[in-house]
Design a binder for this molecule. Structure first.
Ligand code: SF4
Length: 386
């Protein structure tokens, strides 16, 4: 049975504030019955508060509406994100005064307030879930949708996966891409060959391995799988789909750990798909939009809301003229996020894996909370007066 996803279009019929996205967020909150569900709950509102001078994060105008709805319903809300984003969040407009509730680091001031959850996946043996998240009883997962250099994109799943874990877990999660060996010394013809492989990448994605002076290290986040290195490597260095897929999978696993800490039904998920930039808000800047705004999506189902968001964004071609000059489209196949970050970073495969974990359903029914009306333009007869 499909899950319901409520959608607020970025388009308006009239020049009326009631038809704009913050007002449509109110309608989504109503449809999700948020007020009726939070009485007596300590509600974690997980945001990405961004970094440095990035300004494409979720605007406080939106957050404040969620906070007020929770208070109206008798809940006790707090906004949370990683300590490094919280410490200067005021520089991007986030304060207790603008949001209407406190802002707490998601794993304590020094990233030591965590709950250890044993889990075996590649190099990773445990997740360190942030204490304030683990101790909350209701979750509002509110994400700004954008591209991401390792996962291809980020929405509500990635918002939970990395932003609710401590630094040790985040490091281990990023390292899963190196678990399957990709540099084969037995096939490398010596130092000149090793250097030639390293220098063949125009993006600097291949570097010396800091752990091994004779090795090579792949920055998967910089790699768009253009395959130039493969012509030089002759089997000594592989660009393998499994390495790239590993990151999306560990993101799903981490998000599931977060969700499992809440009673089923005690979470809602909201994607704000505006200002779609090529990379994550943790880069600390805002680039040009590479896809048109797709609006705001809300659901009780984390997978369905991601699928609906991806589908909506997938209907438009990449605004290639808005990409940084150093970003190159190497394929015109697949989702626009895949075209930007490479064919092995498949956002739909990520959702298929999330569904296989039982996190939600990719089938959805999209409900427009305020459909556009077709204006009744009367025929205008131009009358010449002179
Ligand atoms: S596939 Fe292309 S981007 Fe990736 S490491 Fe090789 S040369 Fe660099």
């Amino acid at each position: 049975m499909p899950s319901t996803v409520y959608w607020g279009s970025p388009r308006q019929t009239q020049l009326d504030h009631a038809e704009t996205l913050p007002a449509k967020l109110d309608l989504i909150i109503d449809r999700l019955h948020l007020r009726d569900r939070v009485k007596g709950h300590r509600v974690a509102i997980k945001l990405h508060l961004g970094a440095n001078i990035g300004y494409s994060v979720v605007h406080p105008v939106f957050v404040r509406r969620v906070v007020q709805a929770i208070k109206d319903g008798g809940g006790d809300p707090f906004v949370t994100d990683l300590p490094y984003s919280v410490v200067d969040a005021h520089a991007r407009g986030y304060t207790a005064e603008t949001l209407g509730c406190p802002i707490y680091p998601s794993n304590g001031i020094d990233e030591k307030w965590v709950k250890v959850v044993p889990y075996q996946f590649r190099n990773l043996t445990e997740f360190h879930l942030g204490g304030p998240i683990a101790e909350a009883s209701f979750l509002v997962d509110f994400a700004h949708v954008k591209g991401h250099p390792d996962a291809a994109w980020g929405g509500v799943i990635k918002n939970l996966a990395l932003g609710c874990m401590d630094g040790q877990t985040r490091g281990a999660m990023h390292d899963v891409v190196h678990y399957e060996p990709y540099f084969h010394k037995d096939k490398c013809r010596g130092e000149a060959h090793r250097v030639a492989i390293r220098e063949s990448c125009p993006y600097g994605a291949i570097v010396n391995d800091r752990q091994d002076p004779d090795g090579l290290h792949l920055h998967t986040y910089k790699c768009n799988q253009c395959m130039r290195c493969q012509a030089v490597a002759e089997g000594a260095f592989e660009i393998r789909p499994g390495n790239f897929a590993g990151f999306a999978q560990v993101v799903n696993l981490a998000a599931k750990v977060v969700l499992d800490s809440f009673t089923p039904g005690n979470a809602i998920f909201i994607n704000l798909a505006t200002n779609i930039t090529p990379v994550c808000d943790c880069f600390g800047f805002t680039g040009m939009n590479i896809l048109p705004d797709a609006g705001i999506f809300g659901s009780d189902d984390i997978v369905a809301v991601e699928q609906a968001t991806l589908d909506a964004l997938g209907r438009s071609p990449v605004a290639e003229e808005n990409l940084p000059a150093m970003m190159e489209i190497v394929t015109r196949e697949g989702h626009p996020f895949q075209q930007i970050h490479g064919p092995y970073k498949d956002p739909y495969a990520m959702l298929a894996h999330a569904e296989s974990l039982g996190m939600g359903c990719r089938q959805y029914e999209l409900v427009d909370v305020l459909p556009l009306k077709t204006p009744d333009f009367k025929q205008v007869n131009y009358i010449k007066t002179t």
